[in-house]
Ligand binder design. Structure first.
Ligand code: BJW
Ligand code: ZN
Length: 246
């Protein structure tokens, strides 16, 4: 393990183009629950049951209760040492030979903790839990009310509001996806952190980067399907491992 950390730290230090893909595990040490694995379920519902347009159409109140609960946990959470290490790595790389595009942080998380940790170049593949969008007129707005008083909340036009996030079966925002693909296809090192790597197309960025020549590293509490492809696999907590890469 120590040898892998040392080797990965050297690769990270030498690379001029790095992409980091994060998932729910990086926020676990901040008290934000993951989706899968121990403690990942809410009232025995899997994310595949709740994070879908069909679930929302069938029971918008239930889906909003889940988001209300998560919003209340996220608003009390603080970025942890893992978020802070990635923000510091971005600062170092941005002032190096690769410039501002030398480090790209691609996240599947909707919690905003990377922004609050000071990361600047953040690509949000699955949206933002503090954005809401009208299912009728399509208007988007920021809503930081915790808890939301009336569920489901309504737009001024009368239609229901939905969370501004990407559910199963929905396309990822095009501009974010294009940025993620562009950075991954140029990366020298691609680091996947705190993700079970089972949700596509996000997980496919690691394979895309590797096919284009990147070396692949995994930092995760448990094994993932990407481990078999990776040059470095570090099993442990991201809040403990990421600061050791600096
Ligand atoms: C720690 C830790 C610590 C804990 N330190 N580690 C190809 C193959 C198969 C299926 C598909 C495919 N392409 C598309 C699909 C379908 C589907 C999909 O992937 N399904 C699979 C599940 C089978 N994908 C989609 O539907 C996507 N859309 C799409 O493909 O659209 C195509 C389209 C095109 C044009 C028109 C229409 C459609 C959309 C996927 C959206 C996912 N949405 C969610 C909810 C977001 C909003 C919200 O947050 O509420 O995204 S579901 C949920 O899963 C969330 C996450 O971002 C995502 C990934 O989860 P993540 O982050 O990996 O978390 P966990 O919990 O799974 O893992 C955490 C890990 O951390 C664990 O391993 C722990 O061990 C670890 N850990 N503590 C380090 N301290
Ligand atoms: Zn509306």
């Amino acid at each position: 393990m120590t040898e892998s950390i040392r080797a990965l730290r050297q690769a990270v230090q030498e690379a001029n183009r790095i992409v980091v893909l994060t998932g729910a595990g990086i926020s676990a040490e901040s008290g934000v629950p993951t989706f899968r694995g121990s403690g990942g379920l809410w009232r025995n519902y899997s994310p595949e049951k709740l994070a879908t347009p069909e679930a929302f159409a069938q029971d918008p109140r239930l889906v909003w209760e889940w988001y209300n609960w998560r919003r209340s946990l996220i608003c009390q959470a603080e970025p942890n040492a893992g978020h802070l290490a990635l923000a510091e790595l971005e600062r170092r790389k941005a002032s190096g030979p690769g410039g501002p595009s030398g480090f790209t942080l691609v996240t599947q998380n909707v919690d905003g903790l990377h922004d609050r940790a000071g990361s600047r170049n953040v690509v949000k593949l699955h949206g933002d839990i503090w954005q809401v969008r009208c299912t009728g007129c399509g208007a988007e707005q920021r809503n930081e009310q915790v808890p939301l008083a009336n569920l489901p909340p309504r737009c001024a036009c009368g239609a229901w509001l939905r969370p501004g996030v990407v559910w199963f079966g929905e396309p990822l925002p095009e501009a974010e996806w294009d940025r993620a693909v562009e950075a991954s296809s140029k990366a020298q090192v691609f680091l996947a952190v705190g993700t079970s790597a089972v949700v596509y197309p996000a997980a496919g960025l690691a394979e895309l980067a590797q096919a284009a020549g990147a070396r692949l590293a995994i930092v995760n509490a448990e094994p993932t399907p990407l481990d078999a492809l990776a040059d470095w696999v570090l099993h442990g907590k991201s809040g403990e491992l990421l600061p050791r890469l600096l």
